[in-house]
Design a protein around this ligand. Structure first.
Ligand SMILES: Cc1cc2nc3c(=O)[nH]c(=O)nc-3n(C[C@H](O)[C@H](O)[C@H](O)COP(=O)(O)OP(=O)(O)OC[C@H]3O[C@@H](n4cnc5c(N)ncnc54)[C@H](O)[C@@H]3O)c2cc1C
Length: 390
């Protein structure tokens, strides 16, 4: 088989999809405006979401009628990668804690070793130094250490013969592409490249802090612990008064701390606009909500005897999660444009890493007509054959 396929975009969706097709015997070329390998300051490319993820495999801030099946496909693939010691893939004991009774999302049913925190000893639950009752749950989740995982994925793609070409495409370039099959993984670039039927598009901006030289946080059994913690809305909320969460994911190279989910839009000059007003700290001229430091510090100090200060060695970043709508925003459909079959794979919101394998396998299934299980097995065979450490 030598069908040539063009994939637009070199984010996690584009690389994972192209790698999957490459391993199934197709010849793929990724065409991308920005190449992650050439970017030294990610903060000047906030629209390139794959430079920023935390990256936990939990379906947060994503909207799809097919979420369960895509998530489970992806999650099972990540667990297989974990067995093969793929760079950066770890398992965390992850807490989602609330200072109020929160509705339990459906995804809790999909996470291994789910336990409500009411069944746990109070001492192990991340908390602030107060007596407020806490609600929530604990489960196992896959975490992809981005500094290791994403470079390894790109290397694997190139080792498999995949080509990355840097070029910004315009709408009129699509008909001139050299292949008859095109896969659109251009994220926030999609509405400009293709006519998008969704009218409710929004950008959910997110801040992250990387604190280097911070220790792993572990349970007594040496499992790595991470958390999302949502206080009462008077402590941290969005413009509509909804409670917001902070979080901490320990990595080998320090902690990834968040977060924010600030809703806005891109104006004609492609700059983010919102009416959001919150108290902020600034590092390197990047402003971020004070709660990311202050609340995380309270929790880390009270529960794990660690400290977090604005004066620490912290690198801030801010990126965009692209959401097409809050009903069924993920676009995984197909259309014919100028005689070319275009498969769309974008609009993953805050879960592009989480759904990356599920969506890639779904696209590969549509193109190859092979069953998803067979595709997964073939991909894993190929990945096992490669010396991942190299
Ligand atoms: C702060 C933050 C935290 C996050 N945390 C998580 C998390 O914990 N877990 C998780 O699963 N997800 C998380 N996400 C979401 C995740 O990062 C995104 O869903 C994912 O990266 C989207 O990947 P993508 O490949 O679809 O798009 P992108 O990464 O945006 O890539 C788009 C690609 O298309 C290219 N492109 C665009 N326009 C053109 C054009 N005209 N011509 C050629 N190329 C073009 C771009 O150059 C780029 O290569 C987070 C996001 C943010 C901002």
């Amino acid at each position: 088989m030598a069908d040539k396929i063009t994939v637009i975009g070199a984010g996690v969706s584009g690389i994972t999809t192209a790698l999957s097709l490459q391993h199934l015997g197709y010849k793929t070329e990724i065409i991308t405006d920005k190449n992650p390998a050439n970017i030294s300051n990610k903060n000047i490319h906030p629209e390139f979401a794959s430079l920023f993820p935390s990256a936990s495999v939990i379906p947060h801030s994503v909207y799809s009628e097919r979420l369960e099946e895509l998530f489970k496909q992806s999650q099972s693939f990540f667990y297989e990668l974990r067995k093969r010691v793929f760079p950066g893939v770890t398992i965390h004991k992850h807490f989602e804690v609330f200072e109020f009774e929160a509705e339990q999302p459906e995804y809790c049913n999909w996470m291994p070793n789910y336990i409500p925190i009411s069944d746990l000893s109070e001492t192990v639950v991340p908390r602030r130094p107060n007596d407020k009752p806490l609600y929530g749950w604990l489960f196992d989740c896959i975490f992809a250490d981005w500094s290791l995982y994403f470079p390894a994925l790109i290397t694997l793609y190139q080792q498999s013969g995949g080509i990355i070409t840097q070029q910004k495409l315009e709408q009129e370039d699509i008909s001139a592409l050299s292949s008859d099959i095109v896969i659109n993984c251009s994220g926030t670039g999609s509405p400009l490249l293709f006519n998008d039927p969704s009218e409710d598009q929004l950008i959910m901006r997110g801040h992250l802090l990387h604190k280097s030289e911070a220790p792993l946080i572990t349970t007594n059994d040496e499992d790595i612990v991470s958390y999302n913690y949502t206080p009462q809305p008077d402590v941290y909320s969005d413009d509509e008064g909804n409670a917001c969460d902070v979080y901490c994911y320990p990595r080998k190279d320090g902690w990834i701390l968040g977060g924010s989910r600030q809703v806005g839009q891109l104006n004609k000059a492609n700059n983010w606009e919102s009416f959001s007003e919150s108290s902020t700290y600034a590092i390197d001229e990047i402003q971020f909500p004070t709660q990311i430091i202050d609340l995380n510090n309270e929790i880390l100090n009270n529960s794990y005897d660690h400290r977090l200060e604005i004066s620490d060695n912290i690198i801030p970043s801010v990126g965009y999660r692209y959401i097409r709508n809050r009903r069924n925003g993920l676009r995984l459909d197909q259309e014919t444009i100028s005689g070319k079959k275009v498969y769309h794979n974008y609009g993953h919101g805050g879960a592009g890493v989480t759904l990356s394998w599920g969506c890639a396998i779904e696209i590969a299934h549509r193109i190859s007509n092979q069953h998803q299980k067979g595709i997964q097995a073939e991909l894993l065979d190929n990945i096992s054959d490669i010396d991942i450490e190299q």
